[in-house]
Design a protein around this ligand. Structure first.
Ligand SMILES: Nc1nc2c(ncn2[C@@H]2O[C@H](COP(=O)(O)OP(=O)(O)OP(=O)(O)O)[C@@H](O)[C@H]2O)c(=O)[nH]1
Length: 437
């Protein structure tokens, strides 16, 4: 296995509480430096970093002790699940800035369980107005009548203020339930929540349901789906992954945010949990090995460079192949060993893919800077972009509204170079053109 060198990413927190050091400790095998940091720009995403106000916001709501803070700590701060037993109850809104990559830039607001919407100090316009997604956590191990009432109250209120919010219901702590009971609980909660909405004439509100637990990968998978919906460039990324896998005989490819192990995009084939878990585990292995062997004398040197990669052969004839895409993102692929005999072609296709991704970043950055400039100088320009530009839900928050924007970009050339590879696997012409160029 080639060693993926560890990147020293700073941990950046914006907690309101005076507990800045609390989560910068070692958790498991992760070094404390391996966490989120401000996007310091390495040429790929001089995003004119989004300001707090512009970042899509994800709200974590639910009854007391339903598991909101645990989810946030486990997914984004590498806290081990057992440590969440000692978390204290949240008594005010905690805002957490997730700024680890130029694609995944958002804020998570963790709410106290006992929050009162009718309290005059609760500014629902401000809270729901700039929100991209609302995650409502229900403790599936507990009686959930009250939680369903609360869910109804929360979504109707939020939808009234901001109809573009996406509602995600986490049926949480399912680790304690048998498979049958899990399914039964999901069906029951789904049915009752939607019935409540229908009875109150609010059936235009759409709820998505996820079975989650911090004790397995389900919470990462569910959060991946929540975050993906906030990435306007998602169709472009998926399209690029499709082109890559179909030309490289790859079975499944994930574009991972390395620190959180959230996948921000995958190809169009269905995701099965086992593949996702395998890829997550690979990232853990790579990081662990990198921490032990990957650091050079100059520990401050930028690691995770363009040569970084890892190859794991499983004993069932399958290969896991990891390549660094940029400082924060990694491509993890699953493919058959037999299809890996012409690695050069796969690597060439990967380079085209990486270049395309970088161009998406650049385009986004340019649009972001243009947007920032115009909104500073001309208030009406903000109006043109729509009132929800800061939420990330309208598809314009980052200035790149849809894949057609990409079509006009230089990256389309890269798309073409991938597309030009005949759909036959490993066309010789690709290698030839690579050599020729
Ligand atoms: N079994 C199990 N327990 C969990 C899970 N997630 C959280 N917990 C436990 O649930 C308890 C409450 O978790 P918190 O994260 O503090 O809950 P909260 O919703 O933030 O609570 P408030 O801050 O009071 O609103 C803790 O003891 C966690 O260890 C899970 O997936 N499974």
């Amino acid at each position: 296995m080639q060693i993926l060198r560890n990147d020293k990413v700073q941990l950046n927190m914006s907690y309101e509480q005076d507990e800045e050091d609390q989560y910068t400790q070692y958790v498991g095998s992760f070094p404390k430096e391996f966490g989120y940091g401000p996007f310091d720009g390495d040429g790929e995403g001089l995003a004119g970093p989004l300001t707090g106000e512009q970042k899509p916001r994800i709200l974590l709501m639910g009854l007391r002790r339903s598991g909101k803070s645990s989810i946030q700590k486990v997914v984004f701060h590498k806290m081990s699940p057992n440590e969440t037993l000692f978390l204290e109850s949240t008594n005010k809104i905690i805002k957490d800035d997730i700024s680890n990559s130029s694609f995944v830039q958002f804020q998570i607001w963790d709410f106290p369980g006992q929050i009162d919407f009718f309290d005059p100090t609760f500014d629902s316009d401000m809270i729901f107005g700039g929100c991209g997604a609302l995650v409502f956590v229900i403790d599936a191990q507990d009686e959930y009548n009250d939680a369903l009432n609360r869910l109804h109250l929360t979504v109707t209120k939020a939808h009234k203020v901001n109809p573009s919010i996406r509602f995600e219901v986490f049926i949480h702590k399912v680790d304690g339930l048998s498979d049958d009971y899990k399914m039964e609980t999901q069906r029951d909660i789904h049915q009752r929540a939607n019935d409540d909405l229908q009875e109150s004439g609010q059936d235009q509100i759409h709820l998505s349901f996820h079975l989650t637990s911090i004790y397995d990968h389900s919470i990462f998978e569910a959060f991946s789906k929540v975050v993906q919906k906030l990435i306007p460039q998602l169709p472009t990324l998926e399209n690029l992954l499709n082109i890559l896998i179909s030309n490289s005989a790859i079975e499944k490819a994930f574009l991972f945010d390395v620190v959180s192990k959230i996948y921000i995009a995958t190809d169009f084939s269905p995701v099965d949990m086992q593949s996702y878990e395998l890829c997550c585990d690979m990232i853990d292995v790579v990081i662990d090995v990198s921490c032990i062997y990957g650091l050079h004398e100059d520990a401050e040197a930028a690691a995770f460079d363009s040569q970084s990669s890892s190859l794991i052969k499983l004993n069932n004839g399958t290969i896991l192949y990891l390549r660094e895409v940029n400082k924060f993102l990694a491509l993890v692929c699953i493919l058959r060993e037999a299809n890996f005999d012409r690695q050069g072609v796969i690597d060439y296709n990967f380079l085209c893919f990486r270049e395309a991704i970088q161009q998406v970043f650049e385009l986004r950055s340019k649009n972001q800077i243009a947007y920032n400039t115009s909104s500073q100088g001309n208030a009406s320009a903000v109006g043109e972009s729509g009132p929800n530009t800061s939420t990330g839900t309208s598809g314009t928050s980052n200035g790149l509204s849809n894949p057609t924007a990409m079509d006009n970009s230089p990256s389309n050339n890269t798309n073409e170079s991938l597309k030009q590879t005949p759909s036959v696997i490993y066309p010789v012409s690709v290698t030839d053109s690579a050599v020729a160029s």
